[in-house]
Design a protein around this ligand. Structure first.
Ligand code: AMP
Length: 368
């Protein structure tokens, strides 16, 4: 079976590695000027030039049976069109919904799933009116550009709203209430063509400046009152979308329970620990599901975690034992995701100690 992956970054690389282990052949569809260093040498790379028809792209990609995506910021009309030629998994509707925060919020609200109170605002006056009716701290988000906290503005007074640049209103924005969460978490789930669902253990995530630095898996028995509702959320979404493949849900945990922050219709950074902490990584499960195989039960090692390498080389961890380092082949630039380190430990205390030591060794400027 042959799979085309739309995207040429580290997620595409790790999906391709898992696919090759399963005997799949893999090619990559990338934008005209997209960097491909992560996937160079792993299979045919086809640039999505405006002069090429979908049929020509299909041929150049090696006539794959399935197209999948490594990110939601892709041409959704292209996905819809391409799905007339071959199966697109996850389906274009799911990718489009998750790729637009306004559509995503609407979808979640229609399902009565918990999201922060929000309003779509078209201009500064509408934002001012919403703020005045709430007089609360707001987080303003662009509907589709922006990740890792980019294209996001926080305001806690009318003066701060006044100071916002009018240019940010080039399209309607989401203004949502600031959530006073006690921690951030995510849950990764997978659904196969027959509708079987598996959810990975809940993962606790640590962000700084809107960027994920580290994740720790949470054992079901450790927070048993939190895991089932989070896994119910992912199962419900997988079913509602008639989804095939891996889906991730980012969550805030609050005194009232879970609030959904965001959906990612793909493998997710907070699931990277599964490469060294589970019988099947999120990449294995995704490739199995999209190629039509049944997903297998997820079994996980007791305590596993991950620290991202953001603009830092492997030399920052070279004296540390019992780590699995994953390097993406990119050049190092400040805060650029160039790799990650996974670790599994016998006890929770050892796992947390390892996480602390790694963060301190890799980012002394932030964690010392
Ligand atoms: P996002 O790009 O939406 O994933 O946001 C990046 C980070 O900003 C999140 O991981 C949170 O740490 C923070 N954040 C986003 N939305 C909110 C919110 N409504 N309230 C509080 N923090 C938020």
């Amino acid at each position: 079976l042959s799979i085309a992956i739309y995207g040429g970054g580290q997620l595409a690389k790790m999906m391709a590695e898992a696919g090759k282990e399963q005997g799949l052949s893999v090619s990559f569809l990338v934008e005209e000027h997209e960097e491909t260093v992560c996937v160079d040498g792993m299979g045919t790379i086809v640039r999505k030039l405006p002069t090429l028809s979908n049929e020509e792209l299909f041929k150049q990609l090696g006539e794959p049976e399935v197209l999948t995506v490594e990110r939601e910021q892709v041409s959704h009309s292209f996905l819809h069109e391409f799905s007339k030629l071959i199966r697109v998994s996850p389906n274009p509707h799911a990718v489009e919904t998750c790729g637009d925060r306004i559509k995503e919020r609407q979808f979640l609200s229609d399902l009565n799933l918990p999201v922060a109170p929000y309003k779509v605002v078209a201009n500064k006056q509408e934002l001012t009116d919403y703020f005045s009716s709430h007089s609360h701290k707001l987080v303003i988000k662009h509907p589709h550009s922006g990740y890792d906290g980019k294209a996001q503005w926080r305001v806690k007074s009318l003066e701060e709203i006044e100071q916002l640049n009018d240019d940010i209103f080039s399209c309607p924005l989401i203004a949502e209430e600031f959530v006073n969460f006690d921690f951030e978490a995510s849950v990764v789930g997978v659904r196969d063509i027959k509708g079987n669902i598996q959810a990975y253990p809940l993962t606790k995530n640590d962000h700084h400046g809107g960027i994920l630095y580290s994740s720790l898996s949470l054992k079901p028995d450790e927070i048993n009152e939190l895991t089932p509702p989070a896994q119910d959320i992912i199962s419900r979404l997988l079913e509602e979308f008639d989804y095939v493949g891996v889906l991730a849900v980012e969550l805030f945990h609050t005194a009232e329970g879970w609030v959904i922050n965001e959906l990612a219709p793909r493998v997710h950074n907070s699931g990277h620990w599964t490469m060294d902490g589970c019988n099947h990584s999120q990449f294995d499960s995704h490739m199995r599901a999209i190629s039509g195989l049944e997903v297998e039960a997820i079994e996980s090692e007791a305590n596993a975690g991950m620290v991202n390498l953001l603009g830092k080389g492997l030399e920052t961890i070279e004296d540390k034992p019992n780590l699995a380092a994953h390097w993406y082949g990119k050049s190092i630039r400040p805060l650029r995701k160039v790799g990650h380190v996974n670790f599994a430990r016998d006890t929770r205390a050892e796992l947390e100690r390892c996480q602390k030591e790694l963060l301190l060794a890799i980012y002394p400027e932030t964690f010392a």
